[in-house]
Write a protein that binds this ligand. Structure first.
Ligand code: GCW
Length: 723
């Protein structure tokens, strides 16, 4: 080789390294909680090396194939050397990964009860002794349990947990753990703040973006087993053959990860793509059309999950267009899917322009009388609160009020009313509050979680859905901490009794670092973030003050929209006498939809938890709160507290700097600056506006707004994302 050739080679090597390096930086966050860099801890590393010295993996199906692939990938990365994996068993093995049916009977016998407990999807990770050899056993009844067990094992390793004496018996408490994508066929995402839809409909079915598999891995690693690919504001085209082939291609990628695909069914599809002139659910031709469509779907996608339906809500067509009921509509579809074990998930998010009663009451009023009338492959999906994914709402009164209907919890993971993907808001804190709420429907200890997991009323099927916050952004969710909301949703769908604090800690350790000097302060940011957003947007039970349409920023003054309940003024009812929505018997009487024990608490302003005060009560500006503050001062001070909390989050985040990369640090720092700026915007705009009614001065401690009310009212955002 002459010198110039060597120089050329060096040039290429350097160029390659530079590109690799810049790629590594720009790919920050892509791995989510699944990065497998080598463990450096000198204590735990040898223990893991010992346990993984010789692994027996009993393969034999697509799901097990996936599990083995994941195990190899994880162990190779974490231990920094190729794993020693065999498909034949020996006593020299240090780890066995095998289903119960493939294990020796004597091995299984002592923990028969555990196998009974773990059902179809659970797993066991146990340290056992066989002929004096210590073996780490990962086992399950079914393939999918093995996959979940493998992910759990890798998570434990990432968190540096010891395997000595390990004995984990884990099983999901909720059957249907699903993401709802509000993704349109043109790849825009309704209320999406992380880029475009992952589904590249144009190039499907031939072109399989590798990201589809990464999406499936991430979901399976937290136990999500269902995904609704399309927006509930549905397009019937997705039910045509051309699109079904594309859906089938996605289903094929997701299947080895135990994930079923679902689609949204537009109720008027028989007209739009079927050439019929009605979509009446009792019409013979319509029934036949759906039966036929179901057959077609299952021919192409044999394990298709079913339909999610938004009907007669916000302009979507539905059975009421034909004088029929939600039951008529849901059961007609359920009959079509029943021969194939498909499910219908019918949403209860309804409110009507013709119904002048309090919007918060309408879903309950419409659905509760139908309890027990739906076929048994119908689930009714209810949003966590009675209005719409606000920073804080009391739990939806329908939970606990339909004992004979399985109710799916619908949470929003995307941050439509929560600062989009610019604000750090750890949502498991919100989810936990709702799940822990007491319904008193069967006395004390009748929580929403018990309704959802089916234990309160012995439901045959249970479900939890999360409106996804995922898009084509490199880090999937826009804000790096929004990944924690996806992660946390999955964990709570698996076990709705987990604490949000434990989830925050897990996620931080899996995503960033095990160093407690990093984890503890940053966890405190996450835990306080939800209360902060409530304070700077909608404190003391205020709600729906967001600017109209895009829901970005404050718009409490908006009052000119055609439907009353689209206006923020409908919700806060501020006037010179006071503020808040009277939902007690002297007002809309929405409290009567709760059990009498709960209604009684909510009805009296003295007993109503202060965080729901203005949700349930219209109170004078000088109403005295428990701490002696008058209402006006309390509202103002809460807005200020929210701003201060974000300031505090910023100063705590500075402590994180030494434990993570500069890119990781700076990305969050810049986003927190946006959050602070917007928290102040919220405070200033809302207080200036409410001040026009209260006529009172801001109390000491509340910063004076930088601009006047006209300025805040004049702001327009025609290109806010997610519309
Ligand atoms: O909160 C509202 C959103 C709509 C959404 C609707 C729903 C998909 O603003 O964008 O439509 O809820 O949940 O159906």
């Amino acid at each position: 080789m002459n010198i110039s050739a060597a120089q050329v080679k060096i040039f290429y090597i350097i160029t390659f390294l530079v590109i690799m390096n810049s790629n590594a930086q720009s790919l920050e966050g892509y791995d989510l909680w699944l990065g497998y860099s080598k463990i450096e801890d000198p204590v735990i590393l040898p223990e893991y090396q010992r346990h993984t010295k010789s692994i027996f993996f009993n393969n034999g199906s697509a799901v097990l194939e996936t599990a083995q692939k994941e195990l190899v990938r994880g162990i190779d990365g974490l231990l920094g050397q190729p794993s020693n994996i065999h498909n034949s068993q020996s006593l020299l093995n240090t780890m066995w990964v095998s289903k119960k049916m493939d294990l020796d009977k004597d091995i299984v016998k002592p923990f028969k009860a555990d196998f009974e407990q773990i059902g179809k999807e659970g797993f066991i990770i146990k340290s056992i002794t066989v002929n004096d050899n210590s073996i780490l056993l990962i086992t399950a009844n079914e393939d999918i349990g093995i996959l979940y067990g493998v992910f759990k094992l890798l998570q434990l390793m990432k968190m540096h947990k010891s395997f000595e004496g390990i004995n984990i018996v884990d099983v999901p408490k909720i059957e249907l753990r699903m993401l709802n994508h509000w993704d349109n066929l043109d790849r825009t995402v309704e209320r999406g703040y992380a880029g475009f839809s992952l589904w590249n409909w144009q190039k499907l079915p031939e072109y399989i973006d590798p990201r589809y598999e990464d999406y499936a891995r991430a979901n399976a690693s937290i136990g999500i087993n269902a995904t609704v690919l399309t927006n509930v504001n549905a397009n019937s085209l997705v039910l045509t053959s051309a699109y079904l082939d594309k859906v089938a291609a996605l289903a094929e990628v997701f299947r080895p990860y135990g994930i079923k695909v679902y689609l949204t069914a537009r109720f008027s599809a028989p007209i739009e793509i079927g050439g019929l002139n009605t979509a009446d659910p009792l019409d013979k031709d319509v029934i036949e059309w759906w039966n036929d469509r179901a057959k077609k779907i299952y021919k192409i996608i044999p394990d298709f999950g079913g339909f999610l339906v938004k009907a007669n809500s916000e302009g979507q067509p539905g059975p009421q267009n034909y004088g029929r009921t939600h039951v008529d509509g849901a059961n007609m579809l359920a009959n079509a899917l029943r021969p194939f074990n498909g499910m219908v998930i019918w949403r209860a998010f309804v409110y009507s322009e013709l119904d002048t009663t309090d919007r918060a009451k309408q879903a309950f009023t419409e659905f509760v009388p139908y309890d027990g009338n739906f076929l048994d492959n119908v689930l009714v999906q209810v949003k966590n609160g009675p209005i719409d994914f606000q920073p804080r709402e009391p739990f939806h009164p329908t939970f606990g009020a339909m004992p004979n209907t399985p109710l799916v919890m619908e949470f929003q993971i995307t941050q439509e009313y929560l600062g989009f993907s610019s604000h750090l808001v750890f949502l498991p804190k919100l989810y936990e509050e709702v799940l822990d709420a007491e319904t008193y429907r069967k006395g004390k200890k009748s929580t929403v979680a018990q309704v959802i997991d089916g234990s309160l009323f012995n439901s045959k099927i249970s479900g939890m859905a999360g409106v996804a916050n995922i898009g084509t952004d490199l880090n999937w969710t826009g804000h790096p901490f929004a990944q924690a909301n996806w992660y946390g949703f999955g964990r709570l769908a698996w076990n709705p009794y987990l604490s949000s604090e434990a989830i925050a800690e897990e996620w931080l350790r899996l995503t960033y670092s095990n160093n407690s000097e990093f984890v503890e302060p940053v966890k405190s940011i996450m835990i306080s973030s939800r209360e902060a957003v409530v304070n700077y947007m909608t404190p003391l039970g205020l709600h729906h003050l967001m600017d109209t349409g895009h829901h970005y920023g404050p718009g409490p003054w908006v009052s000119d929209l055609s439907r009353p309940e689209w206006n923020p003024t409908y919700y806060h009812q501020a006037d010179k006498d006071g503020i808040g929505f009277d939902r007690t018997p002297s007002g809309s009487n929405a409290t009567s939809q709760y059990s009498s024990e709960i209604a009684e608490i909510f009805n009296a302003p003295e007993t109503c938890p202060e965080e729901y005060l203005l949700w349930f009560h219209h109170l004078p500006w000088d109403y005295k709160l428990k701490n002696g503050e008058i209402l006006w001062d309390a509202v103002a001070l809460k807005y200020q507290e929210g701003v201060d909390q974000v300031g505090e989050m910023i100063s705590i985040w500075k402590q994180a700097k030494t434990y993570i990369s500069d890119d990781q640090y700076n990305e969050v720092r810049m986003l927190l600056e946006i959050q602070l700026k917007e928290a102040k915007w919220w405070r200033n705009a809302c207080l200036l506006y409410f001040q026009t009614f209260s006529g009172k001065k801001l109390p000491p401690g509340v910063e004076l707004p930088e601009e006047n009310l006209e300025f805040y009212r004049s702001l327009k955002f025609p290109y806010a994302p997610g519309n």
